[in-house]
Design a binder for this molecule. Structure first.
Ligand code: SF4
Length: 518
């Protein structure tokens, strides 16, 4: 079995042994994966490390993805011990296995996968590791092939009738703005979008109204900011409070915090991007030492920003730059179906290589349609809120790689960049697919959905997370994905029949035809 494992090297900023470490690892039985994004993360960190002036980063992490073969467990223990010895020589700290739950996806033949958890414990100089098989499954090629261009086009127009198109509100908003003003508007609007409690459209509309009344709020180089930034924090807040009131209540965050983030975004744009969010990619990629000629340069930059707080601190991103909102920003700023082509230095290849943010909605559609099929899980006794069940509890992020590969294959089948799928899949996931079968009769992708073909939904509701044969997200603080095989029919997630029935439009008709409603 070959297991790809991310090893994080925690080193201090005086670390100079990078070449020796690479040499050391390459002589080992495990192999480095030089083309992986993680290697770029690694080299970018080295670049940052070499910026000696970068005093703010105290412990940059170097991430190496190493593939073990043969007896993975023994190799892992050996490599961890030796790696730590090597790091000691350079006066550095330690090597760790990366990831909250240390979940690794092992790709088998075709599109089959196995998920293993990797645990490494350290006693003094001795490392003990445990590699456990947790889940088996496959990406269903039939679903990938069925999701063709025609279904994609029909789904988009179907969805537009329900909720409007991806650019609808933003196009109106941006029609009378200059390129630079549009870029800055999108920067602020999209980065705050992740905390909105209102639908994206109303959120965008409120921002438009604010920008029409007070355009200078979105113009980092306006004299207004020259003056305001000289004021105390308290005074800045008092002045901005009434001007931004239209956006209050649209976010889940304290209004005062949003105001502070707004100021920080303006400071960042002035300092790092010469007051123009359209220069974001050129400025940040060059500062992080990312070669813009790499076709995955945009993905590498985003990956660094969403994963490493040290890098955000280094760049002065004192406002949220999340996985979802950061990728929304890049999507809206580049040339694609949803974007406005406002970012300098980004080409077609960069856009093609940008990954989907695999959030709960995108994952939900992949599991409900059967695009990701789980055939076996290692269960364990699990207790939540006084209820017990035998389940496989996961972090949602454990499924990110599966979701990315799955939707990338669908996008390749349709021949579009995968980020163009985001709006469609996200909208289906958040509008229709999260109703436990109640909205399926309105769904535009029933033709590719196995829940629909069996008229049984695969997802269980949060309160029923411990019911049979389902996956469930749980509720509130329970930020996890729970997968449970069926005990009654001994069925896997795919085969179990004990699930909620999907609602039909009427006893004679399964689906609704929106065009026929007058
Ligand atoms: S048919 Fe239902 S379960 Fe399938 S993708 Fe659509 S909403 Fe989700």
């Amino acid at each position: 079995m070959k297991i790809p494992i991310n090893i994080v090297l925690k080193v201090d900023k005086s670390f100079k042994g990078e070449n020796d470490i690479i040499k050391f690892l390459s002589t080992f039985n495990g192999s480095l994966l030089p083309d992986d994004v993680n290697m770029s993360v690694y080299s970018s960190f080295l670049k940052i490390g070499q910026y000696e002036k970068c005093k703010k980063i105290t412990f940059p992490k170097l991430v190496l993805k190493v593939k073990f073969s043969g007896n993975a467990q023994k190799e892992l223990e050996k490599i961890m011990e030796k790696l730590n010895d090597e790091l000691m020589k350079f006066g550095s700290l330690s090597a760790l296995i990366y990831g909250k739950s240390n979940f690794s996806i092992v790709w088998k033949k075709g599109l089959e996968f196995e998920c293993v958890s990797v645990l490494v414990r350290r006693t003094g100089k001795i490392f003990n590791s445990e590699i456990r098989l947790k889940m088996k499954g496959y990406l269903d090629i039939k679903v990938i092939k069925a999701f063709n261009k025609k279904i994609y086009e029909c789904s988009r127009s179907h969805l537009e009738k329900i909720s409007g198109g991806p650019r609808e509100v933003d196009s109106i908003n941006l029609s009378d703005k200059t390129r630079q003003d549009s870029a800055n508007f999108i920067f602020i609007r999209s980065l705050l979008d992740f905390i909105n409690s209102a639908p994206s459209e109303s959120f965008s509309r409120a921002f438009l109204q604010t920008s029409q009344r007070y355009p200078f709020l979105f113009e980092p180089k306006n004299k207004f900011w020259d003056k305001l930034l000289k004021e105390t924090d308290e005074q800045q807040k008092k002045i901005l409070y009434p001007l931004l009131l239209r956006t209050r209540g649209l976010t889940r965050q304290e209004f005062e915090t949003v105001i502070k983030w707004w100021v920080n975004m303006i400071i960042f744009l002035r300092k790092e991007c010469d007051g123009d969010a359209g220069k974001f990619f050129n400025a940040i990629s060059s500062k992080l030492g990312i070669d813009a000629k790499r076709k995955d340069a945009l993905e590498v930059m985003q990956s660094l920003l969403e994963n490493y707080d040290e890098i955000k601190t280094y760049l002065g991103l004192s406002f949220p730059y999340s996985l979802k909102a950061g990728r929304l920003f890049l999507t809206m700023m580049t040339k694609n179906e949803r974007g406005f082509d406002l970012m300098d230095g980004v080409n077609k290849e960069h856009v093609r290589e940008l990954n989907l943010p695999v959030d709960a909605q995108v994952l939900r559609v992949a599991l409900n349609t059967g695009l990701i099929e789980i055939t076996w899980v290692q269960t364990e006794e699990f207790e939540h809120n006084g209820r017990n069940a035998k389940v496989l509890p996961l972090m949602r992020s454990d499924m990110t790689e599966l979701g990315r590969v799955a939707w990338k294959l669908v996008a390749e089948n349709i021949n579009i960049p995968v980020i163009e799928l985001d709006y469609l899949i996200y909208s289906i996931g958040s509008l229709l697919c999260n109703r436990f079968g109640k909205s399926c009769y309105v769904c535009p992708i029933t033709d590719v959905c196995k829940s629909w073909s069996k008229r049984k939904i695969r997802e269980g509701s949060g309160v029923d997370w411990n019911r049979i044969g389902m996956f469930s997200y749980g509720k509130g603080e329970f930020d996890a994905l729970v997968i449970r095989p069926c005990e009654r029919c001994n069925g896997t997630l795919a085969k179990c029949v004990h699930k909620y029935d999907i609602l039909k439009f009427s006893s004679k008709q399964d689906k609704i035809d929106l065009d026929k409603i007058k």
